[in-house]
Design a protein around this ligand. Structure first.
Ligand code: TRP
Ligand code: ZN
Length: 868
């Protein structure tokens, strides 16, 4: 249990929101970066907030020693510090407060506030890291103009950056230098950033729509400059896309990106000084896969788009997190869709949503997109806030149409630029611009859980009438029962029996618990294509026959639903094999043969074919199971793959050959599609893990001239016991041991092996000289890869998988609580597993809960998991 002197974690409620008692007119920060300590001086001009309800100034502060406080320039001691807050009773209407404190970035392993990564200084203030730098009202609705002075050794820290424009710089005594940065746009403190270090700069420029030239700088460690061109190109595309699609221009003359290797998340949108995980900046064909390239483009876009959705218009409080994150994810998804293949992107995004967000919604950690309570805000950077939040924006886009949606976003930026607002404010703009009542729609923000949508169809031949009847239901989630029906946009098209489209996509708006839509003048029974483009984040159940689905799989004009039809057939087939191992699946296997033949004819999009040839992942199949038994799911899935391989071996081999690398490496969508297709085919061809399989994978590796193909080969060898496995893994390590991001892949590809000696391998990897518990990327490369992407061994009946994860969570609890709490994710759904697995998962959670000095972060996730 928690130790006695630990502060009990406090629940924060949305309903308790009150405006800040004081406004910060301007903030002057001064950092003296010294060996062994950093001295921070903050001088803030405060004025009483007319909307405030209290007259006490309450400042948040953690992990620092206050050296002195001065009020209006006079030494001041009439303050109290307790429970992480400094209180000054009634300081007056307007005053200036100067606080000098000492902090220790070199000892900061939590990677919140000011810390060091490989000897360089950097910051991470979202959500509540600023309070580790100085005492301040650490809340997003306090906006202020920041001026920042940085002073450090000139040789060790030639680069010194903060937000905004450089105002002043110069040399000081003892080889030290200083720089002063000024950001004219008022911002909340979570967007403050500072970087100081020895970094190289890659430079370019962008000319905005009004003809202003913006300097673009990417800072990386020496030696990494050659891996920045994709990030730079992505940044320029993002800037242009935001001008074209949203009419949004960048406001400052400089935009900086700094890549650091120790980072809790992907990247951070600090005004004009984005700080990125190296994994989302560096990309070169030799060291990054196609999917890494896609992630870099998407995240560069995401952080850039925050400039308007998050920074210029920010959140009133952290319950509104999805105001910026959901909207910005929607924007980055649409950006990526415009830059690449829309259907492929949608398929991949929906797969992630189902695997990770639907499972969150079905767990004790289920929460609304606008939650009404939390303990630790950093635990709420979830798939629900981000990805379901993006679906909510997408639905509003669908309901309004692109043109009206754009009017609504124009109105939003116009109305709220420079303000801190709520999700309600956003939806109100949608309503005002469209003249529509979106009050029922707003329930999507308040009700947790994934709705079910059941559809039944009826054809009335005598009246030539076709009807679709929708029934929606909302699951109970922790603290939420008896939910109201939602406003669900369902994009529907109708095909005839020959696959011709009878009715192009139209959006049906389901608002009742049960609702029927009628289609007149139907000479024959049509085949409906329902929820095109996945127009709403629901679990759809239809009464479509296998033959209907087979028709859609071939003829649907909607790329997403075409794929979806095949996946539904696959899910049905997997279920049949799980129920009855001898079930006849020849039809399904023959249909796969048709897809392979299509591929051999050279027709069709290769990236889409790759996805059509891939069976649903275990995590997606699990969403359809009442009781999850990973080994049983895997056995059925593998049995089907083996039958596909045996039936179509020659054709698959021919398809593999047809899609060989034909010369120069290229990053076009066609080339990426070709590599993805080869990967999907090789995965089937090597499913039996015999000698031939290993030889094929090894040959793929030997022929590779890029990281995508190497990773494909390693993934196909991972489960193997053939000698080629060790050879290829050893070669890979020897080649890339100086590239940390590639060494991460080397860890992950071994951690996902579904083979007997996995637990010895895991122990070896944990004790490997390159393992580093303090580096989040490395921790994730071993532990998250194992717990999330190796479901069969993670859920090994011995419980060894759970114990492996439990131990690292306990170890990380004191080192990096945010990462420790995230690691609990794979355990939280414990009640959905077989009784034997449940008991072991529960025991692992209880062991974590019994850890002395448990952080609030871990406590919240573990205690909620056990309670749910
Ligand atoms: N706002 C960041 C984003 O773009 C999220 C983020 C980065 C974050 N670093 C963090 C959140 C640390 C919590 C803690 O999505
Ligand atoms: Zn974001």
């Amino acid at each position: 249990m928690r130790t006695e002197n630990a502060v009990a974690p406090k629940t924060i409620y949305l309903k308790d929101y009150t405006p800040a008692p004081y406004l910060a007119k301007q903030v002057n920060l001064s950092f003296n970066l010294l060996p062994g300590k950093t001295i921070v001086t903050s001088s803030v001009d405060y004025v009483k907030n007319p909307a405030g309800v209290s007259s006490d100034l309450v400042l948040d502060g953690e992990d620092q020693t206050v050296i002195s406080v001065a009020l209006n320039g006079q030494p001041f001691e009439d303050y109290t510090i307790a429970d992480g807050q400094m209180t000054i009773v009634n300081p007056g209407h307007a005053f200036s407060l100067t606080i000098v404190s000492e902090i220790h970035p070199e000892a900061n392993t939590a990677l919140e506030g000011l810390y060091q990564s490989q000897g360089n200084y950097c910051t991470q203030c979202e959500a509540e890291g600023f309070r580790r730098i100085t005492y301040y009202q650490d809340r997003p609705d306090v906006l202020s103009v920041f001026t920042v002075r940085i002073e450090a050794d000139a040789l060790a820290y030639p680069v010194m950056l903060s937000n905004g424009n450089l105002q002043e710089e110069g040399m000081l005594a003892d080889g030290r230098h200083f720089r002063v940065w000024h950001d004219p746009f008022p911002k909340p403190c979570y967007l403050f950033a500072l970087v100081a270090g020895d970094l190289e700069r890659v430079a370019d420029t962008f000319t905005t729509m009004t003809g202003r030239k913006v300097d673009l700088h990417i800072y990386v460690r020496a030696g990494d400059e050659g891996q920045c061109s994709h990030a730079m190109a992505s940044l320029k595309k993002s800037m242009q896309w935001d001008e074209e699609v949203y009419g949004r221009e960048y406001q400052l003359d400089l935009f900086n990106i700094v890549a650091v290797s120790d980072f809790n998340m992907g990247a951070m949108e600090n005004t004009s000084l984005n700080v990125f995980n190296t994994a989302l900046v560096l990309a070169h064909q030799e060291t990054a896969t196609d999917s890494d390239f896609m992630s870099v483009e998407g995240v560069i876009g995401h952080e850039y788009f925050h400039n308007w959705t998050g920074n210029r218009v920010t959140c009133r409080d952290w319950f509104q997190l999805s105001l910026k994150e959901g909207f910005t994810v929607f924007r980055d998804q649409e950006f990526s869709a415009d830059m690449n293949s829309r259907a492929v992107l949608r398929i991949d995004d929906v797969n992630t949503l189902r695997r990770l967000q639907f499972s969150e919604d079905g767990s004790p950690l289920a929460h609304a997109v606008q939650p009404d309570q939390f303990i630790e805000i950093s635990n709420f950077y979830t798939k629900t806030i981000y990805d379901k939040g993006a679906e909510l924006i997408r639905m509003q886009h669908t309901l309004l149409g692109a043109e009206t949606f754009r009017k609504a976003t124009d109105l939003y930026f116009d109305r709220f630029d420079g303000q801190a607002v709520t999700c309600d404010d956003f939806v109100q703009c949608m309503a005002d611009a469209s003249g529509r009542d979106l009050s029922q729609f707003f329930r999507w923000y308040k009700q947790a859980g994934t709705p079910s949508l059941q559809v039944s169809s009826h054809y009335d031949a005598s009246h030539q009438r076709y009807t679709l009847t929708f029934k929606q239901s909302q699951p109970d989630t922790p603290e939420q029962t008896n939910k109201q029906p939602l406003h669900i946009p369902v994009a529907v098209g109708l095909l005839d029996a020959f696959g011709q489209e009878l009715l192009p996509t139209r959006v049906l708006e389901v608002t009742e618990r049960e609702q029927t839509f009628t289609f007149a003048d139907m000479a024959d029974r049509p085949v409906p294509s329902i929820l095109r483009g996945f127009s709403a984040p629901v679990k759809l159940e239809t009464d479509l026959s296998d033959d209907d689905l087979r028709l859609l799989q071939v003829y649907d004009t909607d790329g997403f639903n075409k794929w979806e039809a095949g996946q539904t057939l696959a899910l049905r087939t997997i279920q049949r094999v799980m129920d009855q191992p001898e079930a006849d699946i020849t039809q399904f296997v023959a249909d796969i043969g048709t897809l392979i033949a299509q591929g051999l004819s050279g027709q069709g999009d290769k990236a889409l074919l790759a996805r059509a040839l891939s069976l649903p992942l275990l995590g997606v199949i699990a969403q359809h199971q009442a009781v999850i038994d990973p080994a049983a799911i895997d056995a059925a899935r593998t049995a089907i793959l083996i039958q596909i391989k045996r039936t179509h071996k020659e054709a698959l081999a021919a398809l593999y050959d047809l899609n060989r690398n034909s010369g120069e490496f290229s990053m076009t969508p066609e080339a990426m599609g070709r590599r993805a297709l080869q990967h999907a085919v090789l995965e089937i061809l090597t499913v039996t893990n015999g000698t031939g399989c290993a030889a094929r994978s090894k040959a793929h590796y030997d022929a590779a001239d890029n990281m995508t193909d190497r990773v494909t080969a390693l993934a196909c060898l991972a489960d193997s016991d053939q000698p080629q496995r060790a050879e290829v893994f050893a070669d890979f390590y020897a080649r890339f041991k100086n590239y940390p991001l590639v060494v991460d892949k080397w860890f992950s590809l071994q951690a996902i092996a579904n083979r007997e000696q996995i637990f010895e391998d895991l122990a070896m990897l944990r004790n490997h000289a390159d393992f580093n518990i303090k580096n989040p990327n490395r921790v994730r490369s071993l532990y998250s890869a194992f717990a999330i992407n190796n479901p069969v061994k993670f859920h090994d009946p011995s419980g060894k998988g759970y114990a492996f994860l439990r131990d690292v969570i306990i170890e990380l609890n004191t080192i990096n609580p945010q990462i420790a709490a995230r690691m609990v994710t794979p355990l939280r759904e414990w009640k959905r597993y077989t009784p034997a697995l449940q008991a072991q998962m529960q025991a692992a959670l209880e062991a974590i809960l019994a850890t002395p000095n448990l952080s609030g972060d871990v406590f919240e996730i573990v205690s909620k998991s056990l309670k749910g």
